[in-house]
Design a protein around this ligand. Structure first.
Ligand code: HEC
Ligand code: HEC
Length: 736
């Protein structure tokens, strides 16, 4: 049976990609950079790669100016790992040798990223989450690394980038939504600015004029100009995966962990997840690398319009024949799952994307309009899969990437198993012959002939899994700090491969860092061949057309710091305890219900280890310290007052919730969502509420101030409050 929608999508994508793929290569964007801009003179694609200088020769430069969980020393004698789960910065000697896993240098908190500078000393920068710090370290033969500077920053310091002169570091602070500049010569902060929620990846243009910041929540980027003077902050729109969006729609994004720049700085690449992107059974969307032309701050890919048919996902039970398979590369759903890190390979003009969920490193054509539709090669890195629960025993959840100076090798840090692997990359000079058959069939030629990059959808769909080829070398750094059972839960949390837990999206895909994606998912009930199923979907277009449903709103809740209670769980409070909620979830995060071969015992075993990890392995965000000011005290008074009644349901002694479900006065459903037939909701905990907009089960309130403004007397009573008292109530909520 051939579903017409599949053909339409294939045809549309072929059309869109074909029309766009003739676009200019990065170095040739007409009008992309203003005339005379410094960007034009910096590097050119295909230029020879710097070889590592011998000791004592001219000063080295930082191998990359963007930080990551993994970094390579400029001299290529070591890798550095920001090992969050063990609270250490690791020094791993090169070449990799399983007998020499290297040493971990204790950090004053959990390190998130490392960046290796050039210069004679080869200093290393590391961010620390809580307390927020930038550490400046120096390699030392005996100690591994020695601290030479420590700069206090807003809490949850996460991403780092350096300016081309390597004198200034730009650091993002995720939970506190700040970006700071640090003078590396004096080890002092220079400025801090406020930005949107969850800033993570950061990249500085090659002329040092501006920095871009990606966010875990939402598709927009932040651009900061005048890094050396008074910084100016603005938002830059970059809709996710326009070519896979329903016609005329702009998709939201999540998982914006990583940014990379082309060598000349004219293209910025944002690896992330496009929520609701179309594809066969793509209920949750697809991974994407979105390209921004930095000279104009405009997306490279145009939106597609013109009354093209709205695309619907096909039913899961559809018979897949070679003709009916959508010709999206990288199999049916998404070419890679949960993008976590990205590296630009200058010589090949490709990008490597680490897929945390499917233990994969994907190489895509950086010159394509939509790089994720132009796959060059896919490198599976996971190994020794558990025979029962499909999690990797080696190299699970790739989190960091670093390239060798000759760009022939990529090193991968795998967080859930604690390994570093070396991958031998395909030789761009060898072109098609060296690329893996199947996944690369459509685009293999593109790396060799970048200007004429072939859009992937024009070629044949993958017919077979790539031949098994694992990493060339593997070093195990350390066992899980929380023991074997929690380790299994941790591996499952990132994992998108185990068919019982989810349909191709790991917990970390919606609950990154155990927090939330800020997205309002849809729970939709529709029939497939084996009955009715309630499933999550990203957008109404992901639901089969015949269902005529949009789905009811379900905002993703934050888990970290909010899973201590016995129960109940779920927005309706429908699951008695955490383990039963996780079992319910396994039926929802997918397409068409649990797989036929699942067993209740198998479901329970997975839920049990996952619950252990959620409670012991997730780390709550940092909380602001300091004594409450007068306004906060006034807010608390109102919150606990008999008139406002907030604390009756949001009981302070039990994390500001009584965990009971209450009927809420009906409001018309938001556009794009169905009315919830059961409008009663569990009182949510207000712990950390200030940092996790949007609010309510349908995300209706964008800020706490808006929530109080709109509340009238729906929850407790707020209509009697003066503007000052409302502000005081909000100020109090922000301290929780
Ligand atoms: C597609 C996105 C998505 C994925 C994947 C996902 N979740 Fe959720 N999660 C949600 C949403 C949305 C809700 C709220 C649904 C509801 O309560 O009806 C939720 C609710 C929860 C809750 C209940 C929290 C509370 O306070 O009531 C827990 C616990 C949870 N998820 C854990 C997990 C775990 C563990 C995984 C991996 C097995 C996972 N989730 C995968 C989106 C997701
Ligand atoms: C009758 C019990 C009840 C009372 C009284 C109450 N709330 Fe709530 N609160 C709820 C419920 C239930 C929700 C979820 C409603 C929804 O999602 O539509 C909620 C949601 C919230 C949220 C959003 C949390 C989130 O994670 O989205 C905030 C903030 C909040 N309440 C603050 C207050 C304040 C301030 C007061 C006092 C003026 C108050 N509430 C009074 C039950 C209550």
């Amino acid at each position: 049976m051939l579903h017409p929608a599949t053909r339409t999508l294939a045809a549309l994508l072929a059309l869109a990609a074909g029309a766009c793929s003739r676009g200019p290569a990065p170095g040739t964007d007409a009008g992309a950079a203003p005339a005379g801009s410094a960007g034009a003179s910096i590097g050119s694609a295909g230029a020879p790669v710097d070889p590592p200088a011998p000791p004592g020769a001219a000063p080295l430069r930082a191998p990359v100016r963007e930080g990551g969980a993994l970094a390579r020393a400029a001299r290529e004698d070591a890798l550095y790992v920001a090992d969050e789960d063990h609270g250490v910065v690791r020094v791993v000697p090169l070449p990799l040798d399983p007998e020499r896993p290297g040493a971990g240098v204790p950090a004053p908190g959990r390190p998130a990223q490392v960046l290796a500078l050039g210069g004679p000393e080869g200093r290393v920068l590391a961010t620390v989450r809580d307390p927020g710090l930038l550490l400046i370290l120096r390699p030392d033969a005996a100690a591994g690394l020695v601290e030479v500077g420590r700069v206090p920053l807003p809490a949850d310091a996460w991403g780092i980038a350096v300016t081309p002169d390597e004198k200034t570091a730009i650091v993002t602070s995720a939970w506190t939504h700040k970006v700071s500049a640090v003078d590396l010569e004096t080890a002092r902060p220079r400025w801090t600015v406020d930005v949107a929620r969850e800033p993570r990846g950061v990249a500085v243009l090659p002329d040092g004029s501006a920095a871009y910041v990606s966010h875990l929540v939402g598709a927009d980027l932040t651009r900061i100009d005048d890094l050396g003077g008074a910084p100016r902050v603005r938002r830059v729109a970059l809709p996710a995966s326009p070519l896979r969006a329903p016609s005329g729609e702009r998709l939201a994004a999540s998982l914006g962990y990583a940014l990379a720049l082309s060598e000349d700085g004219r293209r910025l690449f944002a690896a992330r997840h496009a929520l609701g992107a179309m594809g066969h059974a793509a209920w949750f969307g697809a991974a994407t690398v979105d390209v921004l032309i930095t000279g104009r701050d405009e997306p490279l890919a145009p939106p597609h319009h013109g009354n093209l048919p709205v695309l619907r996902s096909a039913f899961a039970e559809q018979v897949i024949t070679p003709e009916s398979v959508i010709t999206l590369p990288g199999a049916s759903v998404t070419p890679v799952t949960q993008p976590r890190a990205v590296a630009y390979r200058k010589r090949a003009r490709t990008l490597l994307v680490a897929g945390e969920g499917d233990d994969l490193v994907l190489e895509v054509d950086a010159t394509a309009v939509d790089p994720t539709l132009a796959i060059v090669k896919s490198y599976p890195v996971g190994g020794r899969y558990d025979p029962h629960i499909r999690v990797a025993g080696t190299c699970g959840a790739p989190t960091g990437l670093a390239l060798s100076a000759d760009e022939a090798t990529a090193w991968v840090f795998c967080r859930s198993t604690g390994d570093v692997a070396a991958l031998r990359l395909h030789d761009p000079a060898a072109g098609a012959a060296a690329a893996t058959a199947g996944s690369a069939a459509a685009t293999a030629g593109s790396a060799a002939t970048p200007a004429g990059s072939v859009a992937a959808s024009a070629g044949a769909a993958p017919t077979a899994a790539p031949p098994p080829e694992g990493p060339a070398a593997l070093v195990h750094l350390a066992d899980d700090p929380l023991g074997p059972e929690v380790a299994k839960g941790r591996r499952l949390f990132y994992n998108a491969l185990d068919g019982t837990v989810s349909g191709n999206l790991g917990c970390a895909g919606c609950h990154p860092d155990g927090r939330d994606d800020g997205y309002v998912w849809r729970e939709a009930t529709f029939s497939t061949a084996d009955g009715e199923h309630a499933n999550f979907v990203g957008r109404p277009e992901n639901i089969p057309e015949v269902a005529k449903r949009k789905g009811v709103p379900r905002r993703t809740p934050m888990l970290a710091g909010n899973v201590g209670a016995a129960g109940p769980y779920g927005w309706h409070g429908e699951s008695e305890d955490l383990v039963s909620r996780l079992q319910t979830g396994m039926g929802l995060h997918r397409w068409g219900g649990l797989p036929i071969d699942h067993t209740p015992a198998g479901v329970a075993a997975r839920a049990t280890v996952l619950a252990m990890f959620l409670r012991r392995g997730l780390v709550a965000p940092p909380r602001a310290e300091g004594a409450p000011d007068e306004r906060v005290k006034r807010g608390r008074e109102i919150f606990r007052s008999d008139e406002a009644k907030c604390s009756r349901c949001h009981v302070p002694e039990s994390d500001y919730t009584d965990r009971m479900a209450y009927p809420m006065p009906k409001r018309p459903p938001l556009p794009g969502y169905d009315e919830d037939p059961r409008p009663e909701y569990k009182t949510p905990s207000l712990r950390f509420v200030g940092g996790r907009p949007p609010y309510l089960h349908d995300g209706r309130a964008g800020t706490l101030a808006e929530l109080i403004e709109q509340n009238a007397d729906r929850m407790g009573k707020t209509s009697h409050l003066s503007p000052e008292d409302r502000a005081a109530l909000v100020a109090f909520l922000e301290t929780l």
